[in-house]
Design a protein around this ligand. Structure first.
Ligand code: APR
Length: 287
């Protein structure tokens, strides 16, 4: 109901610490498929083929399957949608303090960079730019004062060498793999891995720690477009609630967190977030 969103908006002002956690549902309107729910990717692909264990033991088979998954997920051109744009605008206007995302598509960064400011590479680093960068996954533009975007599961537009740690744009590497260069290797001889967190692989510790701190410090915590079943992100809304935050869930389907949330708003993100933003603007105008 509309009321739910108004209750949420009433909790948000420029003094409140507001943190958003997003999942595949926010990118679905951009044409990126979700993992679960209707026609989710895990209905067509076997999750068990994309584990860290398989990457280690059978990098060739892993990469062959990953090329197909990559095509399914990111084969079409995609751009930020009204929901990404609304969050980016809330950030610029001082209503949002951080985005924690489980998505690896780079669309929050694209939206924050603006329609013409971005390089269209969906957050992919230029060749070698992030080499040895311990902050990879913490996609915060330096010195802009804009809210950080923490990529909890990495960025699928990049690859990383498992030996020398070099990161680079994934497109040419995925092309090589698609042409049968399996597994693709770095100049140093090391095997490339998509720069994402695989099942069974540890999340980047510094990023998770920062995300947890933001979660616990939040006054308002919004879970947006996520089924909230994959840890550790699935626990963040409860952690936020336990430390006093107002917890809102915006999602098409019910989630395991709904019962513990203060506000549940069941709607398409491209409806809900622009509406939330306009409620905030109206509030700021004193009307
Ligand atoms: N508006 C709002 N919600 C939507 C929309 C939409 N337009 N489209 C889909 N949803 C909801 C679905 O109802 C579903 O509950 O988004 C949710 C997406 O859930 P998942 O596909 O499970 O995505 P996510 O929660 O991000 O998955 C977590 O699992 O395998 C992985 O590593 C992958 O990061 C991913 C993690």
């Amino acid at each position: 109901d509309r009321d739910a969103l108004e209750r949420l908006a009433a909790e948000i002002d420029r003094d409140a610490t507001v943190v958003a956690l997003t999942g595949a549902g926010i990118s679905a309107p951009s044409g990126v498929p979700t993992f679960r729910g209707e026609d989710g990717v895990w209905e067509h692909f076997d999750e068990g083929q994309f584990t860290y264990g398989r990457f280690r033991s059978d990098p060739e088979g892993f990469w062959a399957d990953r090329v197909a998954l990559q095509r399914e997920l990111f084969g079409e051109e995609y751009e930020p949608n009204a929901a990404h744009e609304a969050l980016a605008a809330m950030g610029r206007d001082g209503y949002l303090d951080a985005v924690l995302t489980q998505n690896t598509d780079g669309l929050h960064r694209d939206a924050a960079d603006g329609a013409d400011g971005g390089d269209g590479a969906n957050g992919a680093a230029e060749d070698g730019k992030r080499e040895d960068d311990p902050g990879a996954g913490d996609d915060t533009p330096a010195g802009t004062g804009e809210p950080p975007i923490l990529e909890l599961h990495g960025n699928a537009r990049r690859v990383r060498c498992t030996d020398c740690g070099r990161r680079r744009d994934g497109d040419p590497i995925f092309d090589r793999a698609a042409e049968g260069d399996l597994p693709p290797t770095c100049d140093c001889g090391g095997i490339y891995k998509p720069d994402v967190v695989l099942f069974g692989e540890q999340l980047p510790g510094a990023v998770v720690q920062r995300a947890r701190t933001l979660t616990r410090d939040s006054d308002v915590f919004l879970a947006i477009g996520s089924s909230l079943v994959v840890e550790p992100a699935a626990s963040f809304p409860r952690e936020a609630g336990a430390t006093g935050a107002t917890v809102g869930v915006v999602n098409l389907e019910s989630t395991p967190v709904d019962g513990a949330a203060d506000v549940v708003y069941r709607d398409d993100v491209t409806e809900a977030l622009p509406r939330l933003r306009s409620l905030l603007e109206r509030g700021a105008d004193g009307g």
